[in-house]
Design a protein around this ligand. Structure first.
Ligand code: UT7
Length: 328
């Protein structure tokens, strides 16, 4: 049976940095509260005019360079995002054109913070079934464009960025192993953007009421996140037939260090087996795992053989986990 391998990674973030101290002058919050409750110290924020495809482009170029791919090598582009350049057309199409790809299928999907893992699982299915040989999987988000800067419950959390993986039918690299994914739309109201869709199209009133920004019931989402991330990891390992004692590294969605710690405890990992970069980027939604994965690769933490568990949770509600088996 065919297998799918990550053979290159890349990421890109905006230059501008917003610190917790900066936020202290914007809402009633403190550096101390943000660090102790979330682990975030600063985040990268895009400027007016900058959009998702700008950073996705750089992330893909890095991933393609690492993989040794030319534009003609790519068969398909999958983009997980809830902050596309435009509601229509898909950012994946814009991205494919900017990368110089000709006539390859390209589409977006909205799986919130689980977007990148949803993309990897789709890529695995496409490659193992022989549909495609080489796929670009992207997680990109400009969450600060849909942030309510007067809501301290959410505005301290988010950051912008993009990450990408080149996934191939030919190794060596990170083999996409056992996986688990799911969704529960009955809980969608816990984390949503109310206006701008067909239910409530943009109007003067919707803008006045700040309804084009993210609303989140943080405490409730936290409870579900802990359970769903733990279950996703354990089910992915079970499907692979790999015991948790053989996991070398956890790279989870970076939403809150307390959620990451709970997931690490479920896998019985030591602190040095858990990759954390939330202090630098905040919660970048679909981009957080590919940014962290690329940093881990470039910092030399992915020297094979390594078994790496990726775990995500986000709006939908959605969740996913996958085991990556990195081999020579
Ligand atoms: O990425 C996709 C999924 N998202 C997540 O996984 C996020 C999950 N949720 C969380 O990470 C956490 O729930 C938050 C970081 C959002 C909030 O942390 P928390 O420990 O759950 O705080 P809380 O919402 O229970 O609020 C505790 C207190 C409240 O004050 P009272 O009612 O106890 O007086 C809040 O008003 O902290 C207050 N608070 C703040 N204080 C200072 C809330 N936000 C802030 C703030 N600065 N920015």
């Amino acid at each position: 049976m065919k297998k799918a391998y990550i053979v290159g990674t890349g990421h890109s973030v905006p230059e501008k940095i917003l610190t917790n101290k900066d936020l202290e002058s914007m809402v009633d919050t403190s550096d101390e509260w943000i660090i102790t409750r979330t682990g975030i110290k600063e985040r990268h924020v895009s400027t007016p005019g900058e959009a998702s495809s700008d950073f996705a482009l750089e992330a893909c170029r890095s991933a393609m360079e690492a993989a040794g791919w030319a534009p003609g090598d790519v068969d398909c582009v999958l983009v997980g995002t809830i902050t596309p350049d435009y509601p229509c057309p898909a950012t994946a199409c814009i991205l494919a054109s900017r990368l110089g790809l000709e006539n390859v299928p390209a589409y977006d999907f909205a799986a919130g913070c689980s977007g990148f893992l949803y993309g990897l699982i789709q890529a695995k299915a496409f490659i193992e079934s022989g549909f495609f040989e080489r796929i670009l999987v992207v997680g990109v988000e400009m969450l600060t464009k849909i942030t309510n800067w007067t809501d301290r419950n959410t505005c301290v959390l988010f950051g912008d960025g993009a990450g990408a993986a080149a996934v191939s039918s030919t190794g060596p690299g990170g083999e996409l192993g056992g996986w688990h994914w799911g969704a529960d739309g009955s809980l969608g109201d816990l984390l949503l953007m109310r206006a701008g869709g067909s239910r409530m199209p943009a109007s003067e009133e919707s803008v006045r009421q700040n309804l084009h920004t993210i609303y989140m019931e943080g405490r409730e989402v936290f409870r579900y996140a802990v359970r769903a991330m733990r279950d996703s990891c354990l089910k992915a390992l079970e499907k692979d037939g790999t015991p948790k004692s053989e996991v070398d590294l956890l790279i989870s969605h970076q939403a809150n260090t307390r959620i990451i710690d709970a997931t690490a405890r479920a896998l019985e990992l030591r602190p040095e087996q858990v990759f954390v970069n939330i202090h630098k980027y905040g919660n970048t939604s679909a981009a957080s795992i590919p940014i962290a994965l690329d940093e881990a690769v470039r910092e030399g933490l992915v020297v094979p053989p390594k078994n790496i568990v990726l775990a995500a949770f986000g709006a939908g509600l959605t969740w996913a986990g996958i085991l990556i088996k990195w081999r020579e």
